[in-house]
Design a protein around this ligand. Structure first.
Ligand code: GLN
Length: 211
């Protein structure tokens, strides 16, 4: 294996993501410190509570290093709260809520409303054959996307029909739902592909420099 994937382990669904990655045969580690972050070739930011995660990132001195690595092109996959952390803009955030940014999207926090704190549904995800059973827990949706952002999935029906719930932009990816719950590893596989492609590009760059 020529790459390692980290799961940001400050709070939230850390174990579940590590388990899916390991089931896919990936070398996966929990990231809690700057030196662990420096050792990974891809990173998952899990679901949990975005304001708590940002606070803990500051306490663990990970906020700036995370921001820097995401900007430098580290393949990163944010799920639910992780999507909020990667968004350049938030609607209905806590007062003064910061994000790492990087994804040119506006997310609406807790968008699905209080009555539907959590719900499940089948989604079509670009690049995957057959529907993905998506689980949403106090989830954000993507209110608006910039030009370079590819929409991977929308809510198919119901009051939130048409809302964007999965996106990709270069080496960044985000879902409003929790792909680590429910036993379907295909969304993680999409991310592993991003990590592999980024590694291959790095290698080509290094070889070109050597020639
Ligand atoms: N509502 C949470 C937040 O704002 C996200 C919920 C989740 O990650 N399941 O951070």
């Amino acid at each position: 294996m020529d790459h390692t994937i980290g799961v940001l382990a400050l709070q939230g669904d850390v174990r579940e993501h590590l388990a899916v990655l390991r089931r896919l045969g990936e070398d996966a580690i929990a990231v809690r410190r700057p030196r662990e972050l420096a050792a990974v070739d891809g990173l998952i930011i899990p679901g949990g509570e975005s304001t708590t995660m940002i606070k803990l990132a500051r306490i663990f001195e990970l906020f700036e290093p995370l921001k820097a690595r995401v900007r430098a092109g580290l393949p990163t996959f944010g799920t639910c709260a992780g999507m909020i952390l990667l968004a350049d803009r938030i609607e209905d955030g806590a007062a003064g809520q910061e994000t790492l940014g990087g994804l040119d999207i506006t997310v609406r926090r807790n968008a699905f409303g209080r009555q539907v704190d959590s719900f499940e549904g089948d989604l079509t995800v670009q690049g995957l054959d057959g529907p993905v059973h998506a689980i949403f827990i106090r989830a954000p949706w993507v209110e608006a996307v910039g030009e370079g952002v590819e929409v991977l999935a929308r809510v198919p029906a119901g009051p939130a029909a048409g809302r964007i719930v999965a996106v990709r932009q270069g080496s960044l990816m985000a879902t409003s739902f929790h792909p680590e719950v429910g036993g379907d590893a295909r969304v993680h596989e999409l991310f592993v592909d991003l990590v592999r492609r980024a590694r291959a590009e790095l290698r080509t760059d290094e070889e070109t420099k050597r020639d």
